[in-house]
Ligand binder design. Sequence first.
Ligand SMILES: Cc1cc2nc3c(=O)[nH]c(=O)nc-3n(C[C@H](O)[C@H](O)[C@H](O)COP(=O)(O)OP(=O)(O)OC[C@H]3O[C@@H](n4cnc5c(N)ncnc54)[C@H](O)[C@@H]3O)c2cc1C
Length: 449
Amino acid sequence: MKEIAIHWMRRDMRLHDNRALLAALDSGIPVISAFLFDEDILKRLDNTSDRRVSFIHHRLKNLQSEMRALGGELIVGYGQPRTMWSRWIEQFAADGFSVREVHAGRDYEPYAQERDQSLATWFNDQGIDFKGTKDNVIFEKNEVTKDDGKPYTVFTPYSKKWRKALSSQQYEEAQSAAHLLTAELVPSEDVGALPIPSLAQMGFEDVWEDGAWMPSTTVDDSLLKNYGDHRDFPSIPGTSRLSLHLRFGTISIREALRQGLKTSEKWTTELIWRDFYQMIVYHFPHSATDSFRPAYDAIPWINDESQFEAWCQGKTGYPMVDAGMRELKHTGFMHNRVRMVVASFLCKHLLVDWRWGERFFARHLLDFDLASNAGGWQWAAGSGCDAAPYFRVFNPSSQLEKFDKDLVYVRKWVPEYGTSLYPDPIVDHATARVRAIETYRSVLKPNPA
Ligand SMILES: Cc1cc2nc3c(=O)[nH]c(=O)nc-3n(C[C@H](O)[C@H](O)[C@H](O)COP(=O)(O)OP(=O)(O)OC[C@H]3O[C@@H](n4cnc5c(N)ncnc54)[C@H](O)[C@@H]3O)c2cc1C
């Protein structure tokens, strides 16, 4: 039996600047890559034409071709992780290979943590070394903490410490692409690799078409140089649109940071927010599904289903909210400023539980990422770490006045705005604001712990 190492690709869907792949290549034994469509995750997606699944599928086909061109292989399976791994290991054994180690980029979400811990024990029982590598963040876990070693829960001091701790070591390029040219790979013909499972086999439609809906994997330096001035205006293409690629690892966070450090301090700060939320979900896994501050779980949400539906459909009578919701449903993306406005409107003006909105975003956002999404929602609801205080309620009309004064964004998504076809506001801002503050105050002390 010949010993091999497996690179288990997850949130690192690329061959370049990939630390987990590099760790596998450095093992000194032949390497094969593997990707698993996790049945447990796919089962939770109720939209059979989910673009994210088509995106991953398409990407895998390309990566497999790239690996084959290099003389290696990327195998792709569909099933529950433990079942699939048993099957793969048996298949490798039948082909004369014994798996010595499995390398994966670490994932900090609660489901992934549990899955990986349970798999680590199982791999160990099989005599396989399961090795995690930091790949999709700059700093992880306890690498940036308060002086007493506790995790930060407030962004500004975290970001200051983050910047202080940063050295080129954290963002230098991992030489995985170069090593792929010289390392020994397990050739395709030596493993009885099955074809990539089709989307239909997994219960999904192929909606890739030409992939024109997918944002570019690169951003111009000139855009980032103007980022600070343009980032809040949804009608300007002033943000990077890299979120989908950072989510799936089609680009590396290190390459993004290298560009950020050269071009824009403000944009670099956004990348730090991303690290911050990954760190928070790792240390406080309850915050993915429950209020970070437990006192907020007592808020008596109204949860009016017809108002929630009006919000989902972009028919609240508040043009910035409606434009955002329609942009989301149509494109799978929403501008950050508008995400804040629609989220605040749902939690404060309509007093709908932030989790309803969080789940709706999870279903529709192409860049959905549990840590950033729950973090963003709880920021808006006031229940998160370092959130806006509950008595600060965004006024959707002044937000419109400030950030889309000429209605360019609104007219794009709500063409009937200003005509009799456009609905009246479903709540009055002033009344809803007072109601929100009183409702929150009824269960919270002025500075809830
Ligand atoms: C309610 C709400 C929900 C959100 N849900 C998500 C989500 O599911 N996935 C997601 O990636 N971002 C989420 N964000 C953060 C932010 O809105 C998006 O990252 C951003 O709009 C993506 O566009 P961009 O790539 O052009 O960002 P840019 O402005 O160009 O920023 C560059 C990158 O920094 C990261 N980033 C930027 N802002 C934030 C932030 N506030 N928190 C964490 N990371 C950030 C993203 O990876 C982004 O791609 C959410 C924000 C709010 C208010």
